[in-house]
Design a protein. Structure first.
Length: 87
């Protein structure tokens, strides 16, 4: 995939329609710098797109179920992954 804006990248990805909707919702609230950082990660390693997609869905599920412990666990895993990717 060529270098695109985050919205176009997601729409052109091989994600399912439901996963694309999850990203549409997320990109609507993520600031431009954060979405650009994610896009940079995906351009470097396209496999990360599925990991972050699953992570987004898990965070949403934890929020909707009110499971703060699970949400915090997911955030910790995400921080670890972002630290790993930034090295």
């Amino acid at each position: 995939m060529s270098k695109l804006n985050p919205q176009s990248f997601i729409q052109e990805s091989g994600l399912s329609g439901d996963d694309k909707k999850v990203w549409d919702e997320a990109l609507a609230v993520i600031d431009d710098d954060e979405s650009q950082n994610l896009l940079d990660i995906f351009n470097e390693d396209a496999d990360q797109l599925q990991w972050f997609t699953d992570n987004l869905k898990n965070k949403k599920e934890a929020i909707l179920s009110g499971n703060k412990e699970e949400f915090n666990k997911i955030l910790d895993e995400e921080r670890e992954m972002l630290n790993k990717l930034s090295q």
